[in-house]
Design a protein around this ligand. Structure first.
Ligand code: C2E
Ligand code: MG
Ligand code: MG
Ligand code: MG
Length: 272
């Protein structure tokens, strides 16, 4: 409190800014040991095929149990990116998700892993990806990497080389939150994505401007030969309309919330 009093004396720091800075420093410090203290874990949410109604993939979503609190990835991923911890954390996610998926009884289900652009741009990313594939024994075709344009990548050439290197290993690349990034359309021109995940905001606005935007996105996806996924599907009505429009896969609370690995069994087709 002495520190706070002194800082507010300077006049720049009001309580709100102080709290925000304090929170960032606490989380930043906490992230240093999150892996070694076993505070990180994954939950999985299914992506459902519109035609068959079966699970096409599970998206791994990171959770952090820290000091009695569940901190949202929306809050801690940007901090991990700013503090240089995203590579380490991202590799923990990738290897944990691939090791788990390699052991699933239903080998027709893929695993979707979110990857930060910062991590993707690391020089050793491809080397680490190869290691994870080799160690886990996961068939590369079962791995999908979801990339969000949350950070502007200034080296487009490098980004495109990394994406091509991933694809040459038969691992698929999805553009996440499509339509909200810095330059979604020019990204499509430069990078060869396999899947487009249409951002939740458009599914939310299906009754107004969402529908024409989704229809336009489906046309673009068709031109580029990309599979389409709608995220944030919450109602039966949305699901029905998105299927009728021709969206390939649907994901959202209407089908399932993200769950711990132990409860995924009911989704698996054990006949395969
Ligand atoms: P995302 O990749 O776009 O993931 C979708 C988010 O929407 C998830 O939030 C999911 O729980 C939530 N969601 C799913 N269905 C619905 C729905 O029907 N309605 C609503 N309102 N929300 C739904 P979550 O798990 O909090 O993750 C937020 C974001 O954090 C992710 O967005 C992703 O950008 C990032 N993230 C999560 N895990 C990782 C990770 O392992 N690595 C990286 N780099 N980023 C991650
Ligand atoms: Mg995602
Ligand atoms: Mg998304
Ligand atoms: Mg999103």
């Amino acid at each position: 409190h002495e520190k706070r009093r002194k800082l507010s004396h300077v006049g720049i720091f009001n309580d709100t800014i102080f709290d925000a800075v304090h929170r960032e420093l606490t989380l930043r410090e906490g992230l240093r040991n999150a892996i070694s203290k076993n505070q990180l874990y994954l939950v999985y949410q299914p992506l459902i095929c519109s035609v068959t109604g079966k699970v096409w993939s599970f998206e791994a979503l990171l959770r952090w149990h820290f000091e009695g609190e569940e901190v949202s990835p929306v809050d801690f991923i940007p901090i991990a990116e700013r503090s240089g911890r995203i590579n380490e954390i991202g590799m923990w996610v990738l290897s944990t998700a691939c090791n788990n998926a390699a052991n699933w009884v239903d080998k027709s289900v893929a695993i979707s892993v979110n990857v930060s652009v910062i991590q993707l741009m690391e020089d050793n990313f491809i080397e680490q990806l190869d290691k994870v594939l080799a160690t886990s024994g996961l068939a590369p075709e079962r791995l999908h990497l979801e990339v969000t344009e949350s950070v502007f990548a200034d080296n487009k050439q490098k980004l495109s080389e990394q994406v091509n290197a991933i694809k040459s290993r038969q691992v698929a690349v999805s553009i996440d939150d499509f339509g909200t990034g810095f330059s979604s359309l020019s990204q499509l021109q430069l990078l060869h994505f396999d899947h487009i995940k249409i951002d939740r905001s458009f599914i939310n606005n299906l009754d107004s401007t969402g529908e024409p935007i989704i229809r336009a996105t489906l046309l673009i996806a068709g031109e580029f030969g990309c599979k389409t996924i709608a995220e944030g599907v919450e109602t039966e009505n949305q699901a029905t309309r998105l299927k009728a429009m021709g969206v390939d896969c649907l994901q959202g609370y209407y089908y399932a919330r993200p769950e711990r690995e132990e409860s995924l069994g009911r989704w698996f087709d054990t006949e395969k």
